[in-house]
Design a protein around this ligand. Structure first.
Ligand SMILES: *[C@@H]1O[C@H](CO)[C@@H](O)[C@H](O)[C@H]1NC(C)=O
Length: 351
């Protein structure tokens, strides 16, 4: 079945027309390669800004009205009901940032994940407490920011020490072109419907975890070695607790690579649900694919699946018996933003 590639046909057409024009111009080859880069990067700050139609912008930077990100968030009125932009100037923004539950409709906009970052060093026994960036509000959109928790956490095996870079606990939250860095337990995708498009996520143990209902579109997942630990880490630990729990992590058209070896996922609840589809898996994926290490319940009700993946880490031969290899029919309901009802709330999406 052919699946359409992008839901921004007018932009694509414009890009195609421009490519055609440029290919006729002298020096077209160079210009074309620049253009190709641009069309990969089709969701950008201006596009999201236009879609959301925010009326107010609060600017954060050393020479701006707001010196810290948190002070700008604090200036958003409680019970906010219209989109408001919190724009972060390029550079490093230090300090923990929390968007409280009573401040929805915030668009946190950076200048790109290589230019704008939020960084905080905090290790704690508690995931939420350790998080550098926390979203407790519904309806939050984030563009172009790196989130980093660079706490030196010592023993990775110790469950008491957490260093989360972002915790996402609101409903209808989307991140475009963001990056998440921490040694492990990087992205606490806690609860609610979420969408991550073209995001980079780095870590080692259970580094995308929680009970969120989330799509990761074209993610870049980098496995970072950690020589302090004996166990093999795991990319995901999804916390779906019951048959009627709608949560689950869906990875589409991404790539997984890095150094060392990990599992795609670890069972952490009776109905853990994770699917990797159309994804390149490098040899960083252990041939068993999935693990239940540290989990005392059964694996009979989990849904840990792969569909149409490629690369040396995608070989089915040695997968654990309780993991799944989906057919197109089984995979179908996970392959579009309908899994998170995205057409009702996302300002932009692939398909
Ligand atoms: C499988 O993935 C490739 C890209 O890796 C894609 O071109 C192809 O359409 C996918 N097949 C199905 C059946 O979805």
């Amino acid at each position: 079945m052919a699946r359409p590639c992008l839901l921004l046909p007018s932009l694509l057409l414009a890009a195609a027309a421009a490519a055609l024009l440029l290919s006729w111009a002298p020096g077209g080859a160079l210009a074309k390669s620049k253009l190709a880069k641009k069309s990969d990067d089709i969701v950008n700050g201006p596009l999201l800004t236009e879609k959301l139609g925010a009326k107010r912008t609060l600017i954060v930077g050393p020479d701006e009205e707001f010196k810290t990100v948190q002070s700008a968030i604090d200036a958003v009125p409680a019970g906010n009901s219209e989109w408001i932009i919190v724009h972060l100037r390029s550079g490093l923004h230090k300090g923990k940032v929390t968007i409280p539950a009573d401040k929805p409709f915030i668009f946190v906009r950076g200048n790109g994940k290589g230019r704008t970052s939020i960084s905080h060093e905090s290790a704690s026994a508690d995931n939420a407490e350790s998080a550098a960036f926390t979203v407790n509000a519904d309806n939050v959109i984030v563009f172009g920011i790196s989130f980093r928790n660079s706490a030196r956490v010592g023993l990775v095996n110790n469950q008491e020490i957490r260093s989360v870079s972002a915790m996402v606990a609101g409903d209808k939250v989307a991140f475009y072109h963001c990056a998440f860095y921490s040694p492990h337990h990087t992205l606490f995708d806690s609860a609610g419907r979420h969408y991550y498009e073209s995001c980079y996520i780095q870590g080692n143990i259970d580094f995308i975890f929680g009970g969120g209902q989330s799509i990761f579109q074209c993610p870049e997942i980098f496995v970072k070695p950690d020589r302090r630990t004996e166990i093999l880490g795991s990319i995901t630990a999804q916390d779906r607790k019951a048959e009627d729990d709608t949560s689950g992590f869906v990875f589409l058209k991404g790539k997984v690579y890095g150094v060392g070896e990990v599992y795609l996922g670890r069972v952490s609840a009776p109905n853990s649900r994770v699917i990797f589809a159309d994804t390149y898996l490098s040899k960083t994926i252990n041939p068993a694919g999935w693990t239940s290490i540290g989990y005392t319940g059964g694996t009979e009700n989990v849904m840990l699946a792969e569909f149409n993946c490629t690369g040396p880490g995608s070989d089915a031969a040695k997968r654990v018996s309780w993991s799944r290899r989906f057919t197109m029919n089984e995979a179908d309901k996970y392959l579009t933003v309908d899994f998170i009802n995205g057409k009702e709330w996302l300002p932009a999406f692939y398909y």
